[in-house]
Design a protein. Structure first.
Lengths: 47, 479
């Protein structure tokens, strides 16, 4: 019996070291214009 | 911080600060909850044994599964300990200092929303921009003003290569010639300036001629096409000056554009109001009857006194709608005919870094709106409110105090968010929504938060389903 399946996710602690380049899309430019969702933004770096 | 919830047969555990997502059986789900509530290992182990030892569990489809043994319980706690050791469970917030780093960062501008037309050829009564007039400032942006805005963007963008420009309004295609000239100008300078302009067109579709479609499909990285769904829903608000509905005119235009778009990005973007809280019918209409597969549907931004405003009583209905949509998207994916819903796109592996998650949309710093007259505002939703005028494209940001206020307006500046599990998915939310709801950009628009949290729960559940499907395919392939 498998009790826990962990999805592949970006390492947040590591992203504190290699992130922050700012090249990703400004969230409000994509579709909604009325809320702040950043989770669906793609990183422009190959991490 | 841990957030746990059950949805569509999945037990989901989110470890907030590592952003790890775990899908568990009932035993692990309860064990994690007990540990999170402060029980010791032994207390938790005893409680789990009392509840589950010898009990037959159901699988995610509700079918009878295996019976829990002592070995299962031991394995579960071993798995939990491994996750803790790997810093994927019960992690602490180590990012607060990063918010201070943001304060020290130089300010570059990388995105502009150009209000090229403070006027519109529709007369939608729910429009937050007052049909583009933004509280009485009418007019079209001249090429010279737009050109200066692009130069301002380049001059203030530092080493950022990707620059975003959204043609917005009002209805930008009322001023199409200027949009066209501005793109041509940007293309003429981008190589020399080592920039990559990404244009977005947000349009109501009325003026989508063949020429516009060809231009948009060649030049625009993304197009946002406003349609509220079913004809009767769309035509309730999206009417012309004479009060005639726009559906019959715009739908064929949108279909033509999307058909010839060649796979480039687009969104059908609707608004739902108190009058169509059954908005999944509008999403499914756009997908099944009209053939669109990139969809977005936003709750209306309206004064609470407006009859179209969403109410507290609407919330359970809205939550149910989001669940219906999520489950149906899983069904479509499995059937090989997926659709995309903007708020359910969540990139777990290659998504935003912690800086992005803390700082959010960048309004007032990286992102600004430019009026037809060349004035700068923190974003399109502040346009017309003189308190929030930041400067203009000739003199730059002169209200630096305001810029600094926005620079520090991150998730850690909003104390309402301190105990919210979704804080690294919304960065504390939209400053404009907060301002309009509370009078303070550091506030929170709680109604929007409730909707946002529900959407993230649904989005993560879809990811859980995808992971389960992938695991099952892999197991089947291995015989």
């Amino acid at each position: 019996m498998k009790h826990i399946m962990t999805l592949n996710t970006r390492d947040m602690a590591a992203s504190a070291k290699d992130g922050g380049c700012g090249e990703c899309q400004t969230s409000c430019q994509s579709a909604c214009k009325t809320s702040c969702g950043i989770a669906n933004q793609n990183c422009e770096k190959n991490n | 911080m841990i957030h746990q919830y059950k949805l569509n047969g999945y037990n989901i555990v989110l470890d907030v600060y590592s952003a790890s997502v775990h899908v568990t059986d009932d035993v692990a789900y309860d064990a994690i909850a007990l540990l999170d509530a402060g029980r010791t290992r032994e207390e938790a182990r005893s409680e789990i044994a009392r509840k589950y030892l010898g009990v037959q569990l159901n699988d995610t489809d509700g079918n009878p599964g295996e019976t829990v043994t002592q070995e299962d319980i031991d394995d579960t706690f071993r798995d939990i300990d491994e996750l803790i050791q790997d810093e994927k469970l019960f992690t602490e917030d180590v990012f607060q200092d990063k918010a201070l780093d943001l304060k020290k960062r130089g300010t570059v501008v990388k995105a502009l929303c150009l209000l090229v037309a403070h006027t519109c050829n529709l007369n939608c009564s729910y429009c937050f921009a007052s049909q583009g007039k933004f509280d009485n400032k009418t007019g079209l942006m001249s090429f010279e003003t737009g050109k200066r805005a692009l130069d301002f963007l380049v001059e203030n963008s530092g080493f950022r290569k990707n620059l975003e420009v959204d043609f917005f309004g009002g209805e930008p295609l009322v001023n199409f010639d200027v949009c066209k000239q501005l793109v041509a100008y940007a293309r003429s300078i981008e190589k020399e300036k080592n920039k990559n302009f990404r244009f977005t067109l947000t349009t109501n579709g009325v003026n989508l001629t063949d020429e516009v479609i060809e231009w948009a499909n060649k030049e625009c990285y993304n197009v946002v096409l406003s349609l509220d769904g079913r004809k009767e829903v769309n035509d309730r608000f999206r009417v012309d000056k004479a009060g005639n509905g726009s559906y019959d005119k715009i739908v064929p235009n949108f279909q033509k554009l999307v058909k010839s778009r060649g796979g480039r990005g687009y969104y059908m973007r609707g608004t739902f109001t108190h009058y169509n809280t059954d908005f999944t019918k509008d999403i499914f209409h756009m997908a099944d009857d009209l053939g669109f597969d990139e969809l977005s549907m936003e709750p209306v931004v309206a004064d609470p006194s407006s009859p179209s405003a969403l109410t507290k009583e609407d919330l359970p209905v809205i939550f149910e709608q989001y669940e219906i949509l999520a489950k149906d998207m899983i069904r479509r994916e499995r059937a090989g005919h997926p659709i995309t819903f903007y708020h359910y796109m969540i990139n777990l592996e290659h998504g935003p870094c912690i800086y992005k998650r803390i700082s959010g949309c960048g309004s007032g710093t990286e992102y600004m709106a430019v009026t037809a007259q060349g004035d700068l505002y923190p974003c399109h939703q502040f346009v017309g409110d003189e308190t929030y005028k930041m400067g203009d494209i000739w003199n730059g940001v002169t209200n630096t105090e305001l810029r600094d206020e926005f620079k520090l307006c991150n998730v850690y500046a909003r104390h309402d968010c301190d105990n919210c599990w979704a804080r690294l998915y919304c960065s504390g939310g939209c400053a404009a929504n907060a301002y309009h709801a509370t009078g303070d950009i550091h506030g929170t628009y709680e109604y929007g938060c409730e909707i946002f949290r529900k959407r993230i729960e649904c989005a993560l559940m879809i990811k859980a389903a995808e992971a389960e499907d992938a695991a099952q395919r892999q197991a089947a392939a291995q015989g």
